[in-house]
Design a protein around this ligand. Structure first.
Ligand SMILES: [Zn+2]
Length: 223
């Protein structure tokens, strides 16, 4: 299994690295309506190329670019677990006691009222800006547009995460920000994710990899 995952992970890296790369600011109209995004981070190498550090997709139809905006543009950690995790690592790295407040989900009215007197919202905004700056300067991504509405991008997302997490060849650099994450799964996997890791039964099959390559080529030619 490990050898297969290493080979498939290397193949995914080759394909993703050869594909059209997006950076902030990106135009929503340039991005396919549905699909999976693959993120790279400055300073991270894997399989002799840029290392994949996160895979993501979206729920709901035609929401891929909106999901990416929730990571890169909209400064609200409670709408993006990715932003929340970047902020947690930044705060933890410098031993900032605001970490315990950053972790709170303030989406519900109940929580907003509960923590209103405890949280310094100006400081929270300042952390949001630091997260945005880190993300915009350090992350780039490519996308795999899923072929049609019947194809659920979450299925491909899970397979990619399982495969990459089980690869023994791509590891984070010694300076990787994720090493400071309080989330043990992020530190251990070298990926900005905590779900769908190490699922041996959900990895990419040989035909998935072939399909991946052909779909990807189709998409990159299209753009
Ligand atoms: Zn790998």
């Amino acid at each position: 299994m490990s050898d297969d995952c290493n080979d498939n992970c290397a193949a995914v890296h080759r394909c993703a690295n050869a594909s059209r790369r997006y950076r902030f600011p990106f135009g929503a109209s340039e991005i396919p309506s549905n699909g999976v995004y693959i993120l790279f981070e400055k300073g991270e190498c894997g399989h002799g190329q840029d290392r994949i550090v996160r895979i993501g997709s979206h729920t709901g139809s035609d929401r891929l670019s909106s999901r990416l905006e929730e990571h890169f543009v909209i400064e609200n950690k409670d709408r993006s677990i990715f932003r929340k995790n970047i902020g947690k690592a930044i705060l933890n790295q410098r031993g900032d006691s605001f970490l315990k407040y950053w972790e709170k989900d303030l989406t519900s009215k109940e929580n907003k009222e509960k923590y209103a007197s405890q949280i310094d919202f100006e400081y929270q905004k300042c952390i949001e800006k630091q997260v945005s700056q880190y993300m915009r300067c350090n992350f780039s991504f490519c996308v795999i547009g899923t072929a049609d509405k019947e194809e659920n991008p979450l299925v491909l997302e899970k397979k990619l995460i399982a495969t990459i997490s089980l690869c023994s060849e791509c590891r984070p650099s010694k300076d990787w920000l994720g090493r400071y994450s309080p989330e043990k799964k992020i530190v251990k996997s070298g990926l900005w994710q905590v779900h769908h890791l190490y699922k041996t039964e959900k990895t990419l099959s040989a035909s998935d990899v072939r399909k991946f390559f052909s779909d990807y080529r189709a998409f990159t030619q299209h753009t």
